[in-house]
Design a binder for this molecule. Structure first.
Ligand code: ATP
Length: 220
């Protein structure tokens, strides 16, 4: 992750398994970037994703390389290897603490899809996450009611506000913002299934990633 210059940057962090990365990931965070005027978005591939069975997850090196190919043409997108350094499970709490230590001046926004956000109570030390960073939760049509968004276990620590973009203010003064995006109906699971059946994934992933998957014989 490149060091910021003098100004305080607004940086989106987008974690995932990216097994493989796809155009649904790109389109959604590009919309978030524009809506929240973020200076850049740093994609963080999980080295050893604690929430996914390792069975169908290709190596961290392959996922990193596919993500690098996906992001190479967009100057607003960066990739971080912060979770690739360890052979242990990667936990968001540890990753965030490391990032905040290196970049104490910048303002961070952790970007997640609604379904991932609602799984947060299964994450390590999850309650503390909300005082370390803002969150941006990507929601799609039909829009959910605000009270159905926050997991029950944390709801009392927030109050809903219609100010600005709308969202939930945490008692730490950090926010959980909501971002209404066009969610393309693409998932890594769907892509793996198509490849497993010998079908094409053209226009679901960048051309370079399609070629990489074919050359390395991934997901067959
Ligand atoms: P899988 O199908 O293997 O579970 P995935 O496609 O959901 O994978 P992940 O790498 O697990 O991809 O997701 C990283 C982040 O991207 C999560 O926050 C997830 O909610 C979000 N996401 C996944 N697919 C889309 C999509 N089509 N549009 C917007 N966000 C997405």
């Amino acid at each position: 992750m490149a060091k910021s210059e003098n100004k305080r940057m607004k940086i989106g962090l987008f974690g995932g398994t990216f097994n493989p990365p796809h155009l649904g990931h790109l389109r959604s965070v590009e919309e978030v970037r524009a809506q929240f005027q973020l200076d850049k978005i740093v994609f963080i591939p999980a080295g050893h994703p604690p929430h996914k069975s390792e069975e169908n997850v290709v190596s961290a090196e392959d996922r990193y390389e596919m993500l690098r190919l996906t992001l190479e043409e967009d100057p607003h997108f960066e990739i971080s290897d912060i979770e690739m350094e360890s052979s242990k499970s990667s936990y968001t709490m540890d990753t965030l603490r490391k990032i905040l230590k290196i970049y104490p001046r910048d303002e961070f926004f952790f970007i997640v899809g609604l379904e991932t956000f609602q799984e947060i109570p299964t994450w390590k030390d999850y309650k503390k996450l909300f005082s370390l960073t803002h969150f941006i939760v990507m929601i799609k049509d039909p829009l959910p009611s605000p009270e159905s968004i926050l997991p029950v276990a944390i709801a009392e620590e927030f109050c809903y506000s219609k100010d600005g973009k709308g969202g939930f203010r945490h008692r730490s003064e950090k926010w959980v913002y909501l971002s209404h995006i066009t969610r393309l109906d693409i998932s890594s699971t769907k892509i793996r299934e198509l490849i497993g059946r010998g079908e094409a994934v053209r226009y679901l992933v960048p051309k370079t990633v399609e070629r990489y998957i074919r050359l390395k014989g991934l997901y067959r």
